[in-house]
Design a protein around this ligand. Sequence first.
Ligand SMILES: NC(=O)NCCC[C@H](N)C(=O)O
Length: 292
Amino acid sequence: MTAYGSQEMSANLMRVLMRRPGASLTGADAAEWHYGPTFNGEKAVRQYAEFAAYIEKSGAEILWLEDKGDGLADAMFTHDPSLMTDHGAVILRMGKPLREKEPALHEATYKKAGIPILGRITSPGTVEGGDCIWLDAETLIVGRGVRTNEEGIAQLSEILEPHGITVLGYDLPLWQGEEACLHLMSVMSPLSADLALVFTPLLPASFYLLLKEWGITMVEAPADEFHTSNGLSLNVLPVRPREVIMVEGFPKTKAAMEAAGCTVTTFEADALCIACEGGPTCLTRPVLRRDQ
Ligand SMILES: NC(=O)NCCC[C@H](N)C(=O)O
């Protein structure tokens, strides 16, 4: 099956690229990878299995990348090395040097699956998938920061513009410094086409105003849970509009989404997501999302 296409963030998740962590993660040097004190490789692998079971249960088909011990501990965060469009995949170029080999893994998988490659970001450009949010099928918002630079945004725009897609770049704050992971998706998680979980103090101000102008209802992520989770309380994955998966342990954030009409599934992820700085969204690269 060669089905692909995704220019939205919350339509039904039908097909997704994921990499099961193994030897590369269990053997990772936490300091080198900037993983936090709750990092535990074996526990992270178990927690990932629970997460993957929820994705399987959602009915999505998983295209698996296997961790055969290439040392790429962050490669389980498949959201970042490529971007999917209705016209094929864009192979990105990572801003985190330790992740530079990951886009080639995605390209090889797409080629094997018969999914066309629409374009690629080349040096000195950088773009990471976590910095990209489809506001609608014709509008891609890109966060400019430590991981994604102006040159990368210009290249992405050149690739997508012929397909009627406007790319808009917004400056991200530095927040916890150059080594830490802060993507645009660290401060906003779309929950449905007109609903998003946001942490407004870190949103680019002009992007906040754009969301208001577009009539997107914003659910504010409770600040205490955002800070104790290093932002991971906010990184939630919709498998269908208003049906989301989040990291366990943040009841106020969960309640805020439920009050906005969402169904929320949680899984334990202190060793996986909190420690490794990436949530359920980051662990998935949607290949096909569709409304029906
Ligand atoms: N989209 C995301 O926010 N991905 C999280 C990536 C975490 C990984 N440890 C990184 O620093 O790149």
